[in-house]
Every structure is written in structure tokens, then in C-alpha cells.
Ligand binder design. Sequence first.
Ligand code: AMP
Length: 403
Amino acid sequence: MNDFKKLGLSNAVLKSINEHGFENPSAIQEKSIPLILAGEDVIAGSATGSGKTLAFASGILQNSEKGKGIQALILTPTRELAEQVANSFRDFSKYDPLKIVSIYGGVGINPQIKALQSAEVVVGTPGRLLDHISRNTIRFNNVKTLVLDEADHMFDLGFKVDVEKIIKKCPQNRQTLLFSATISKDVVQLSRKHMENPVRVSVESYIDPQKLNQVVYKVQDDMKLSLLVHLLKNEKSNLGMVFCNTKRNTDKVAKNLRKVGVNALAIHGGLTQNKRTHIMEEFHSGNISVLVCTDVAGRGLDIQGVSHVYNYDIPRESKQYIHRIGRTARAGAEGKAINILSKNDHANFMSVLKDNDVNIKEHALPALKKIVIEKPGRRLPKPVNKMKTPSRKGQQYTRHRNR
Ligand code: AMP
């Protein structure tokens, strides 16, 4: 706790940190909070799970006053992240409350217009914020701090132009804080254009290799689901996230998992906001134990207690691998990332190995009971037992990048 005091945080924030039971500042908090409190523009290389929300909240909570309009704007790539960040802000401001409003599409605009009239901190996604700007229902002239949260993800989703439009609506003499898991060319370009002598801080890696066990199983395409079911039923797991590359696959996998008694739900961008919120509540409360998701839905979500990440499909973009496995082994907990590799995933897996600093061990395929994937409109044939020949064991894929 003393280490938090040394960073210069206010008593109100320290009290809520104490209540959360955080013992020491995380690496990114230690490095960025003193700079943020000193009013510097900061580019922070860190991802969800690193404690970045408290880092950018610290300055905003200390510099904002009740009744003085919107003094902080936080841009997030997804609705879920906006909700998550807004909720964290509410927690951290418990002893010096501010009105924190989250703004995103897929829900009614009128309640947002009303809430914005008394907001001091706004957390939102670019599309709906632009909608409010065009309706003149949001004013940024009192904004002192602008945060771009998960900037790389925002650019991946094609929000670059929208983000710039919003930045231009904020006062020039503001503080700008940019948080991003990867510092891409777009991130650097944006910082050159819109930040004042930014100080760059980063934490070595947000994955603790000691705590994260990465494995790969090689399997025939038609046995992927059988392997997943076997692992879900045999691994000592708490909560699991299963990543697929398409919405269609997430629905198919979740449906077939439920058929064999695994408590799973799919989440992806094709669902309504209400449905997505409901699914997240079910997962947070532990009512469902497996979340099957696409990268867009899964990234940035702060879900406590994810012990296993399964790559049912190996991601097409190798950097997504890092985002996916970052859902587990967080805040000092142990985690396991399991790659289910069939012939179709081979090229993607090679890119993951080439582009990332990862250590993935090959495990022998266990004896599997074949599960027939149900296709809509077809009767299921009777299940058959199919034992697969175990593959080579103990092969290890390691690649270290020069740091
Ligand atoms: P974030 O990176 O902001 O999404 O934070 C990830 C999780 O870590 C959240 O659940 C926070 O409540 C938690 N957290 C933030 N700071 C600390 C800390 N210093 N010690 C332990 N947990 C923390």
C-alpha cells in the first residue's frame, strides 16, 4: 500500500485501492502514474490485465470536479470495454464520486443524451460519440484529459478516421494518454499528430511465461470438437474462453458443446447489445463456464478467473494470438493456452511462431471419443467410438525475438 502512496495518489483513490485489496502497483501503474499525475502526455505499451485502467483513472479522478462538465473522455474500441472501464472508474471514484457515463451504439440514444447533461467523465466508442457530436448533445470544451484505450484495436476495427474527428473536437491544451498493447505504425503516426512530447513507457511483457503454459495438439479437422470436449471435461479448469475465427464457428461450437453437456455460450459482434451484456453477466457470475468468442468480442474483456484459453481456430493474424492468450495468467494467476491445430490452421500457426516470442509444447493426442458435429436440418448418426493414434509427444516450439 505504501508503494501506491509514493506514486502520489489522492487519499480517496488510495482508500478504494485498499478496499480492492491491491497490494502493490502493477508495472504499468508504477511507470505511468507519476507521469500522468505530472500532466505529461503518455504512450503506454500495455494491454488489458496490466492494470492500465487505474493508471489512466488516477489522474482523471484527481483533476476532475463535480459540476464542471465533461472533463475526461476515454475512447474504447468496443461496447464491452466501455462498460468495463466505466465500472472501474465508478469503483475507483467511490470516495469522491463523479458522474461517469458510458456511450455506445446498439442501445437507445435518449437516456444517453439525458445522462450526458450532468456527466464529468465519458467513456465511449467512436461511432456513437460521433452521433452525439453531430446532434450537438455532447460538448468537449471542458475536456482536460483524453484517453485512447486499446488504440491498436481501435485502428484494427477501422476507427482511425472517427478517432481523429473526435480528437479534433477536444481542446488543444488537453492531456492525451494513449494505451495500446502493440505500438503500431498507426499508433506512432497518431501520436505524432495529436500528442505533445509524449513520454513512452512500456512493460516488458504482459504475459508471465512462468505462469502461462502454452500447448498444442495436432488433430484431424473432424476431430477438433471431440478434442475440445475431451479437454474441457478433463482439464482442471475454472473459466474457459474458446476462440474461433468466424461468428459462424462460434455459434456452431457453442451449440455442439451444449449438446454434450458443456455449459457454453457464444459471443460475437452479430448479437444485439442486450444479448451480449446478458452473456457477459452470465459468464461473470459463473453461470456459464465456457465462453466461445471471436477476436473482436473477446479482446479487451477483463474477466477474472479465466484459467484456460482454447484456440479452436488458430488466429489469422499472428498478433491476435498474444491478445487471446492474454485473457489468462493475469494478476499473478496461473493459466493455460491450448492450441487445437488441424491441417487448415498450419499456415496461421507458422505465422504465430514466426512473429511472436512464444514457447508452445506439443502434447500427444489423447484417446478421443468421436463427437459428430450436428449440422442444421440433419439427423445425427449414432455416436461411434474412435480411438486416434497418439502423435509425436514432447516437441517444443520456441521462438525468442531479440528485445
Ligand atoms: P486492467 O488492465 O485495467 O483491465 O486491469 C486488470 C485487472 O487487474 C482488473 O480487474 C483490476 O481490478 C486489477 N488490478 C488493477 N491494478 C491492480 C494491482 N495493482 N494489483 C492487483 N490487481 C490489480
